[in-house]
Design a protein. Sequence first.
Length: 224
Amino acid sequence: MFKVQKIIDLSMPLTNNTPVYPGDPQPKISIATTIEKEGYNLHYVHIGSQTGSHVDAPYHFCNHGQRIDESDLRLFIGTGVVIPVTGKGEQEEITLQDVEPYLDQLAPEKIVLFHTGWSRYAGEEKYFRHPYVNVEVIDKMIRRGIRTFFIDAINIDLTGGTSFPVHDAIAAVNGIIAENVTNIESIDFPNPLICAFPLKIVGVDGSPVRAVAIQMDADWESQK
């Protein structure tokens, strides 16, 4: 029997103040019923499909791409490869030179996590001036079999730009993007099991997730 040693929550708290991409719906979470009045507690949760820590389906940027309920569930779980790029500044590119030392770790069914450290600015205007990934990096990783990409920023592309080349490249191979993740710095163990399953919302472009990194016991590691 496998044993979980540790679970790291990579998810941003979802509240009425959770930052959203400019122009996206503002979250509205309120009380719908109470035990005192109706006999049970229930909340009204009105959010966009890209609110908080979330995953993008290919349909987000491709009309012919898979919707979130059509995506292969295996894309939302896998061994993570953390790529630290915390030295990047505002609106600075993450380049091939930055990721070169980690490319040999990449293989099909693994999940890349770009650790910019930018989640600490959530709630500030600076959060929207985050580092972003050059599409050459993504092309290189796709050729190595990577189909799932995480970043601890609100966008894997440049926010405020007029094009989304990284989104387009990942959508073209029916890949998945997870944005607004946080707490990557707490992954202090090798080969984390990354899980970020979406809600089964039919026909839409993405879904909020509860993203986690799990440290499994040695027996699990030896059977991978």
